[in-house]
Design a protein around this ligand. Sequence first.
Ligand code: PEP
Ligand code: MN
Length: 343
Amino acid sequence: MIIVFRRRATAEDVNEVIKLAESFGVESHMIEGQGRNVIGLVGDTAKIDPLRIKALDNIAEVVRVSAPYKLANRAFHPDNTQIEVRGQIIGGKELAIMAGPCSVEGEEHMVMMAQRMKAAGANFIRGGAFKPRSSPYSFQGLGVKGLEHLVKAREATGLPIVTELMSTEHLDVVVEMADMIQIGARNMQNFDLLKEIGKTKTPILLKRGLTATYEEWLMSAEYIMSEGNPNVILCERGIRTYEPETRNTLDIQAVPVIKQKSHLPIIVDPSHAAGMDWLVAAGARAGVAAGADGLMIETHNEPEKAWSDGQQCLTPDEFADVMAQLSKIAEAVDRTMPEVKEG
Ligand code: PEP
Ligand code: MN
């Protein structure tokens, strides 16, 4: 429920509404940048009669928000949210480009890949230490050792690291070592995991579930935010459709639709959508053209030898080529590519 006050409303008028909401066990959030007082009520607002609020002093409007997500809803936060990750802003003018191997494969390899990604213009590095594999017989990730290799890669490049967390068992160590936590498609509705990461302040990259609707996806963001962590970045990574030719179907419309419904940043992962290296560039270009705040791209120096997802990995040279293509598109949609930093 959103309450818009008249311009002449006083702090006391606002307090009256906050007190009334509290008496129903509902939280109030000030909505900034509206030129007058606007508050959003979050919680079980069904039991509050809007007429009761309207009867208070200096209320201009009471609007019920029909969508079940509130904190993630643009109505509650009209401006785009910007999230800072180790000095890098996601959701501003500069694109966030996250690149690196699917799995962390070793210290030397991770450091080398991070350096090559940085040289090609990536401003984040990715690598999975805990891997959600379809087969229990496939490589499951290096675990905590993998996190240590990521930290070495960050030390060598200064770039923030993003890595997947699959279980609350590893929450503390991942929070301690990573700059951003990825919640993978398969865990998008692992509500216990979402609640636990919601108690941290670490930025969360929330991937869209394989068959999740926009509303289900935003409700998962709401789980994290309602526990007190507002730092959620959404990631469209392709959804499962009837088409078997590609690994998934990149839902490019997700970018403008989510931007209309939510103030949260959204990035596109064309690698897991495509499942094939040659298709990644087109998805990346489309993502930036559609207004995404960034991309996540899997890369490997020897894709045929990668420990996972090699078929969709770009080589560092191919990645650099995609970055060059993206710079023209970024300019056309008034975005900037990350600055290539020395060292
Ligand atoms: C990954 O990023 O390597 C991954 C497993 O992604 P998703 O959860 O989107 O399949
Ligand atoms: Mn992968």
